[in-house]
Design a protein around this ligand. Structure first.
Ligand code: SAH
Ligand code: AVI
Length: 320
């Protein structure tokens, strides 16, 4: 990856995170072509219940969603291989003209855009490569637009990042646009831990892949065998803290960022958080960002929620 104006922000954010306490490699490094394929494998794991629960909700609510939104444009943030998008495309068939998948992972984006274009010839598929935290800008397409952010990817953002992201999104939505968010709900810790630590080791390979990406793109020298996979439930913040733990004390050069990271034995490198949500608190977050939640739909087991929201009437965010 050449350092361009577009990657400069990512490199700076990575430098800050790697120097923070605890050290963190931002989650965006998980999704190169290999990481996106590994994530796809995760979505098919029996313990990783999220995509199946979300599909159940989207199927059950599809005609309501179509009546409520009448969307001509579907923008999907963090679309990846878009496993549940077909439920939206099927639901919106009567009005939909354009599908805009938006993702930082170029390969996954173009592969899924090609698959969807072939399956839905009446819809114009217009992929955008970008970082939804930095490059949101003006949302493309004619309104009414439905902006979807599925899979609980919003849970991979910290609360302050979520607030900034949701406020930016509220700012971009027009009066007749809508936002559809998939959010994973708080549940039994054993089930959460199982979802992030499968016995086949796919999730571990996915997380370790971030080190491979950093070695390649940042000229770093992370050595896999010097780290153990270490997913933890954080009961205070109510998020899975997904990362690696150093087996021994050692240093890792990250040459492109001019860093030499020192790991003590047992020290962690966080690779992502995956927050789990409660309805009341999440609806408050939406309202503070200038969004009005209109529907809160869950699956029969109450594991996952899909939230339909609009820009608030006064259009103002209460964040400064
Ligand atoms: N929506 C899909 C994929 C979720 S995986 C699903 O529900 O299964 C998360 C996706 O978000 C990946 O495709 C990843 O490349 C993308 N992503 C992560 N951080 C991003 C960012 N900052 N900007 C844009 N896309 C991002
Ligand atoms: C994309 N995101 C919502 C996934 C999650 O559950 O937080 C990423 C993932 N990490 C490990 N398994 C799946």
């Amino acid at each position: 990856m050449l350092e361009t104006a577009a990657t400069h922000g990512l490199f700076e954010a990575t430098r800050r995170s790697l120097q923070a306490v605890p050290n963190e490699l931002p989650a965006v490094w998980l999704y190169d072509a290999r990481g996106s394929r590994l994530y796809d494998e995760i979505t098919r794991l029996p313990d990783y219940y999220l995509p199946g629960r979300e599909a159940e909700i989207l199927q059950a609510r599809s005609s309501l969603l179509s009546r409520r939104t009448r969307a001509r444009t579907l923008v999907e943030l963090g679309s990846g291989s878009a496993p549940n998008t077909r439920y939206l495309l099927d639901a919106l068939g009567g009005t939909l003209e354009r599908y805009v998948p938006f993702d930082v992972s170029e390969q996954a984006l173009h592969d899924s855009a090609a698959t969807i274009a072939a399956a839905y010839p009446a819809v114009s598929v217009e992929p955008v490569v970008g970082d939804f935290e930095r490059d949101l800008g003006a949302l493309p397409g004619a309104g009414p637009r439905l902006v979807a952010f599925l899979g609980s990817t919003i849970g991979n953002l910290y609360p302050a990042q979520r607030a900034a992201f949701l406020s930016a999104l509220a700012h971009e939505l027009g009066d007749d646009d809508a936002l559809l968010l998939g959010v994973d709900l708080l549940k039994d810790v054993d089930r959460l831990e199982a979802a992030y630590d499968d016995p086949s080791g796919v999730t571990e390979a996915f997380v370790r892949n971030a080190l491979r990406a950093a070695n390649r793109e940042l000229d770093a020298s992370f050595e896999q065998e010097r780290f153990d996979y270490d997913p933890l439930w954080d009961p205070v913040n109510e998020w899975m803290d997904v990362g690696l733990r150093a087996r021994e004390s050692h240093a890792v050069p990250v040459r492109r960022l001019g860093l030499e990271l020192e790991f003590a034995a047992g020290e962690r490198l966080r690779v992502e958080i995956s927050a789990k949500f409660r309805r009341e608190a999440f609806e408050l977050e939406l309202e503070r960002a200038g969004l009005t939640p209109e529907s809160w739909w869950t699956d029969a087991a109450g594991d996952f929620a899909v939230v339909l929201a609009h820009r608030s009437r006064n259009g103002r965010s209460s964040h400064v």
